[in-house]
Write a protein that binds this ligand. Structure first.
Ligand code: PRP
Ligand code: ZN
Ligand code: MG
Length: 225
C-alpha cells in the first residue's frame, strides 16, 4: 500500500469514464504515470495517488474512507447508496461537483419484435439489470409488479438468451440497444459523472489540496462552456 498521507482518488479502470477522468486529472495539473498498468498510480508533482478500480467499487471505497475522493457516475452512486442504506452500512458522501461528462440514462428496453409497449406491459415480467435497487424503487413507485434479474454485465443479451423479458440498462449513444435489437422505453434515471468525497475527511493537508484543486475544476468546466 502507498502512503496514506497522500490524497487518494478512485477512478474507473476501464470503461466509459476512464478517458475523461484521466483528461480531467491532467487538466487539473495532476501529473501521473498511467502507462504502468497498475492499480495505483502515484502523481509525480502532487501528493496524490490515483486508484484505478471497477466503477461499481468506487462509491464504497469513498464511503468507507479507503479513498478520499472518487469520480463515478451518479447511476452507480445512487445504486450503491440504496443498497447500503438497506443494509444499514454508511452510505453518505459529500458531492463536490457534477462533472460535464459521462452523461447517460438508465432506461427500460425490450425486444424490437414486440413493438411499442407501455409501462403496464411490465406487469409480471422479468427485467435484467445491473441496477436492481434503482429499478425496484421505480417499479414500486409506478405500482408495477415485476421481478429483477441481477447481471453485472452483458445485460443487453439477456432477453435473447432467455434470461429475461426486458432489460433496464444504461444508454449513452443507443448503439448497444440497436445492435441487440432492443427498443428503448422509459428513462428511470439520468446520470452524469460526479466528484465525491468521503464525508468524514478531516486531514488538513488533504483538505487544503482539495481546496486548491476545486477552483481549477471550476475553471476547466467554464473553459468548456
Ligand atoms: C453501458 C451499458 C452498455 C453501454 C451503452 O456500459 O451497459 O453496455 O454502456 O452505451 P451505448 O448506448 O453508447 O451503446 P458501461 O460502459 O457504462 O459500464 P459497465 O462496463 O459497467 O457496464
Ligand atoms: Zn460497471
Ligand atoms: Mg456495459
Amino acid at each position: 500500500m502507498s502512503n496514506t498521507n497522500r490524497l487518494r482518488i478512485a477512478i474507473q479502470k476501464g470503461g466509459r469514464l476512464s478517458k475523461d477522468c484521466q483528461d480531467l486529472l491532467k487538466q487539473l495539473g495532476v501529473k501521473l504515470n498511467l502507462r504502468e498498468q497498475r492499480l495505483i498510480a502515484h502523481s509525480t508533482n502532487m501528493p496524490i495517488d490515483v486508484l484505478r478500480v471497477r466503477d461499481d467499487d468506487i462509491p464504497g471505497l469513498v464511503m468507507d474512507g479507503v479513498c478520499d475522493l472518487g469520480i463515478v457516475g451518479e447511476n452507480v452512486l445512487v445504486e450503491v447508496q440504496a443498497e447500503r442504506e438497506r443494509q444499514g452500512v454508511p452510505s453518505e458522501v459529500s458531492k463536490l461537483a457534477k462533472l460535464d461528462f459521462g452523461y447517460c440514462r438508465l432506461a427500460l428496453a425490450w425486444p424490437q419484435e414486440l413493438g411499442p409497449r407501455d409501462k403496464s406491459w411490465f406487469e409480471g415480467k422479468r427485467i435484467a439489470t445491473t441496477y436492481p435497487e434503482i429499478l425496484t424503487q421505480w417499479l414500486k413507485r409506478e405500482g408495477i409488479n415485476a421481478s429483477t434479474v441481477m447481471l453485472t454485465g452483458s445485460v443487453e443479451v439477456a432477453p435473447r438468451a432467455g434470461l429475461s423479458d426486458a432489460i433496464c440498462d444504461l444508454v449513452s449513444t443507443g448503439a448497444t440497444l440497436e445492435a441487440n435489437g432492443l427498443i428503448q422505453g422509459d428513462t428511470i434515471l439520468e446520470s452524469n459523472a460526479c466528484l465525491i468525497q468521503n464525508k468524514d475527511l478531516q486531514d488538513e493537508d488533504k483538505l487544503a489540496l482539495i481546496n486548491k484543486l476545486m477552483p481549477r475544476l471550476r475553471g476547466v468546466k467554464q473553459a468548456k462552456e
